[in-house]
Write a protein that binds this ligand. Structure first.
Ligand code: SAH
Ligand code: SF4
Ligand code: F3S
Length: 451
């Protein structure tokens, strides 16, 4: 009996690449497959079903996945019953082409995960192995994600899908489809459910959260992002609320004031600038200027002094001159970012930039510029962290630090990572930490007010 039961159990291994949105989607997929009797395993070698949730944002993200597919092919050679599926943004971009890869049995785009059980069963019945139809309405609002770190402290909630901006370099609108917002009520319910399960932080996710809009059919009233943020903050004062990503062209004063009004809305804004040069911003189709961007930063700092500010930047975009690049460096110095994600431009097929502009900055030059901005940001991060020395911050404990079990790690409201001796505290606790020293990436301190 026992043997038969074990043989019936289906095991899925799921590997996730790309952004937080993909991490969230993987949790949705695990929830959908859980209902079909699949349990999750930690190693591809132990699975009946191997899934890769993929990213197309830069060429190297896709190359890594192709490498993994090569390895899965070797596993399939050893064990013929293994099924391999490609999900996510590469599935959407490459569609049928992926089915030509010898490792790939099925392909499902970001809006077709409800269809996964059908696609899997179709494999033995000779039905379709692919669904990459994009939807105008799918938000998976009724599916509660199977949290990968159940019993965790911090988790994601997707509040919208897709993107209606066409930044000329970006593949996201093509692989994620048009923008749609989730039901505000379902977002708040999910936040409450997470709080009741012990979570102490939710991250609200969208490609451009500032354009979130939900209309209540019953009352006709509209909920914008600032309203939603306040609704989620109202779940419990002990629930921290974070969000990403804001767009400099859309971030409103209303949002900034809503953040300032609630202590549990974290004082951190990720505001991707992409470039400090107006000419480049225009070619990127970002719809703001350097001046407008700096005006938004000034407003944030006026209303919330000490608010953490981080960014994304692309160097070596089409036509970027040395002067353009110097403008990006000077903007970085002017803002004094706390942290930044920095990328060399990678041309993506069929985007506006690929169709209209020449990818004319040589690879060595892109690398040089990338290294120069990484070096500058590392100085700025150190400077920003040094300003915290001697000050005390409320930190939400996330768990043991990487280096030692006797130490804990967590974040300040401004999203700075903090490490300190455990003193018997645990994940999910709030502690006041006095900062004693720092590196560019970490504040190091001790807990105050120990009772
Ligand atoms: N929706 C978010 C982020 C999207 S992708 C936003 O609008 O800011 C995350 C980051 O990847 C972008 O902010 C950008 O800096 C980078 N990126 C996107 N496309 C890229 C490309 N083709 N080459 C290099 N970096 C890219
Ligand atoms: Fe891409 Fe621009 Fe949309 Fe962000 S806002 S996902 S960069 S198109
Ligand atoms: Fe995210 Fe990559 Fe897709 S950044 S939306 S997983 S292309």
């Amino acid at each position: 009996m026992e043997i038969v039961r074990r043989e019936m159990e289906k095991k899925v291994y799921l590997e996730t690449y790309g952004c937080q949105m993909n991490v969230y989607d993987s949790e949705l997929v695990l929830s959908i497959l859980g209902k079909e009797g699949y349990s999750q395993v930690g190693k591809a070698e132990d699975a009946d079903l191997i899934l890769v949730n993929t990213c197309s944002i830069r060429a190297n993200a896709e190359q890594r996945v192709m490498g993994r597919l090569g390895y899965f092919k070797s596993l399939k050679k050893k064990d013929g019953h293994i099924v391999v599926g490609v999900l996510g943004c590469m599935a959407e971009r490459l569609k049928e082409k992926l089915l030509e890869h010898p490792a790939v049995d099925l392909v499902a785009g970001p809006d077709s995960y409800r269809d996964l059980p059908k696609l899997i069963s179709a494999l033995s019945e000779g039905g379709s192995r692919i669904n990459t139809i994009l939807s105008h309405t799918e938000t998976y609002a009724d599916i509660s994600p199977a949290r990968m770190n159940d019993g965790g402290v911090s988790g994601f909630i997707s509040i919208m899908r897709g993107c209606n901006n066409i930044c000329s370099y970006c593949i996201v609108p093509y692989v994620r489809g048009s923008e749609r917002s989730s039901d505000a009520g379902s977002v708040v319910r999910e936040a409450r459910r997470m709080f009741e399960k012990g979570y102490r932080e939710v991250n609200l996710l969208g490609q451009n959260v500032d354009s979130y809009i939900w209309e209540d059919n019953a009352t006709g009233s509209k909920v914008d992002f600032a309203d939603l943020l306040e609704m989620v903050a109202g779940v419990d004062p002990k629930l921290r609320v974070r969000f990403s990503t804001s767009h400099p062209k859309d971030i409103s004063d209303k949002l900034i004031y809503a953040m300032a009004a609630h202590p549990n809305i974290c004082k951190h804004i990720h505001l991707p600038v992409q470039s400090g040069s107006d000419a480049v911003l225009e070619r990127m189709n970002r719809h703001y200027t350097r001046e407008k961007y700096l005006e938004r930063i000034a407003k944030i700092r006026e209303v919330m002094p000490g608010c953490g500010i981080t960014t994304d930047v692309i160097v070596g975009f089409c036509g970027e001159t040395e002067e353009d690049f110097q403008e990006t460096l000077s903007l970085f110095r002017e803002v004094g970012y706390d942290w930044a994600f920095m990328f060399a431009y990678s041309q993506r097929p069929n985007t506006k930039a690929a169709r209209h502009f020449k990818d004319d900055v040589p690879p060595e030059e892109k690398e040089r510029r990338l290294q120069a901005i990484i070096d500058l940001q590392s100085e700025l991060s150190l400077e920003s962290n040094r300003k915290c020395i001697g000050k005390t911050f409320e930190v939400l404990v996330e768990g043991p630090s990487k280096r030692s079990k006797a130490e804990l790690t967590g974040r300040t409201s401004q999203n700075r990572v903090c490490v300190f001796p455990a003193e018997g505290r645990k994940a999910g606790d709030y502690v006041d930490v006095m900062v004693e020293t720092c590196t560019p990436a970490t504040l190091i301190g001790k807990i105050l007010n120990l009772k």
